[in-house]
Design a binder for this molecule. Sequence first.
Ligand SMILES: [Zn+2]
Length: 247
Amino acid sequence: MSEPNVPRKCPVDVAFKSQSGTAVALVCGSWNCPTCSKLLAREWARIAKYGVDHIGETAWFWTLTMSRKVKTREKAFEIMPTLWNSLRMAVQRASGLWLYIAFVEGQPHRAYMPHFHVLGSVPSWRDFAEIAVAAGFGYQAKEKPITSDGAAGYVSKYASKQGWDAPRGFRRVRASRKWPRPPDEPKDKYLVRSNSETLYGFLERVANTTHRDVGELYEDYRLTIGDPIDAAEWMQTNKIDNQLDEL
Ligand SMILES: [Zn+2]
């Protein structure tokens, strides 16, 4: 499925779990979608917090900015993957295994020039600004130790901000494959409405499978369509896995 650049109305529809009958929002999973950017930020905050609790050492929060020589966002988005790779290789050369999650975010006071926030498992081995500049980033670079609550807080604060206008296909999140991940919850099958099915026909089918009352199912449907953030569970885990670096 291609990543839609134009936000569409989310959730697209509501499905039900076949065993429990719990309502689940079907969502587009794009950072450009106001609903899904909140869902993605929440999911990444959970992954960030879990990882910081499980890497077994202090986690470090890095901020890496664009050099003043970079004048436009277009240019910044173009060079960011290269700068990121330089940094990643430098850290791995200096430290061996590096576990990280990195987020690209716009700097509001610099016309939303994109910059990196990184949660990682190793501290700098020399002056951090020098490491940043050697990789092609700007001198404005910061490092501080963090707790798991701090990590979750940073991620939800930065990642859910609006004003995200990266080019199509740009990866907003990069994570090392070995970043500790929360265990997968047991998967249930989803009952999804077919194109030819009326809403009532669909809910009747769900009622027959789950032995839930049609009226209650309709109420859950309405709540989930209206408020997917609170009424639904996250079901786009494939979107998360697509963000992983090959490591
Ligand atoms: Zn969406």
